[in-house]
Design a protein around this ligand. Structure first.
Ligand SMILES: [Zn+2]
Length: 313
């Protein structure tokens, strides 16, 4: 494992950086169609630029991790020829690294302990009010928040698909949790460290994480580390017009990998030719890499998967 001292600082990078992307599923169940679309889009985006694609298993949130799910996800991705170019990275192997970077933030006086419960935050309308910022709590069993100040604030960024993103109000900038009460690094914090130590240059993921990007950029600024480029793709909806979830897993045809790939490419606006429906997986992937056009990805997926699937499903 790389220690922080061996890693380049933001001033050491020589542009252009290598293109490196990743897909980072949480092993809470098997891959569903929405995750397949995300994995495929990030794969095509880096492969069409001759880059490296890595699978990262987001297994820190242990209460959500399901036994055997990561193996199942990796195997499913394998069926689609979506294979990691480097050894698969498990977040749970990197706890010491998260701690090391956390100490950096603590030393910079950018963190504080917060004892607010979810219940309290719900009661005040769901938006944290920075209550504990000046309370100097020291009991070690609290969550840790990052202070947003004039130096580390980020209120705009350019998304590779949705364009300029801007915070809308003051309530969009509230001190956020980087380490949970149970000691588990927060999603936003761990993903920033991972992207940095894996030298990820391009993040392409689902739109449900677009707002979280602000906090990730704030963390990168606080740590004085490079930020990757971010692009988000629309979410695949189920017939009830809600984000597809693991329980909608049945929407993936379990045997017909070619059809699933064809459907995913179709949703992504890549206009795959009809013949690809019955082509072999490697052939579909090769053709998709060659023809990938990020600009064709729509802002919303108007269709949902069931519209495409054969009537027997
Ligand atoms: Zn608090």
């Amino acid at each position: 494992m790389l220690s922080k001292k061996e890693l380049p600082t933001s001033t050491q990078y020589k542009y252009p950086r290598k293109i490196r992307g990743r897909f980072a599923p949480t092993p809470s169940g098997n891959l569903h169609f929405g995750s397949l679309v995300c994995a495929l889009a990030s794969y095509l985006d880096v492969k069409s630029a001759g880059g490296i694609w890595i699978i990262r298993i987001d297994d820190l949130d242990t209460p959500r991790v399901k036994n055997g799910a990561s193996e199942q996800i990796i195997e499913t991705l394998d069926h689609y020829n979506l294979i990691s170019d480097e050894p698969i990275y498990y977040q749970s192997d990197h706890l010491a690294t998260y701690r090391e970077f956390l100490n950096d933030l603590i030393a910079k006086n950018l963190t504080y302990e917060c004892e607010c419960t979810r219940k309290r935050i719900r009661a005040i309308g769901g938006i944290y009010d920075n209550k504990c910022r000046n309370r100097k709590i020291k009991n070690g069993r609290t969550s840790l928040r990052l202070k947003i100040n004039g130096q580390n604030e980020v209120d705009t960024f350019s998304d590779g698909i949705y364009g300029l993103q801007q915070k809308k109000s003051d309530s969009d900038s509230r001190d956020f949790i980087i380490s949970r009460k149970d000691g588990i690094p927060s999603y936003e914090y761990s993903v920033v460290i991972d992207d940095y130590i894996q030298e990820i240059s391009h993040v392409l993921r689902g739109k449900d994480l677009i707002f979280s990007t602000f906090n990730q950029l704030i963390l990168q600024k606080s740590l004085d580390i490079n930020a990757p480029e971010y692009a988000h793709i629309p979410l695949v909806m189920n017939p009830q017009k809600r984000k597809l979830s693991k329980s909608d897993g049945a929407l993936l045809d379990k045997k017909n990998f070619s059809l699933n790939l064809y459907l995913a490419l179709n949703l992504l606006g890549q206009n795959p030719i009809e013949e690809l429906k019955s082509a072999k997986v490697p052939e579909i992937i090769d053709s998709a890499i060659m023809n990938w056009k990020r600009d064709n990805v729509p802002n919303v997926f108007n269709k949902h998967v069931t519209e495409f699937l054969p009537k027997t499903h």
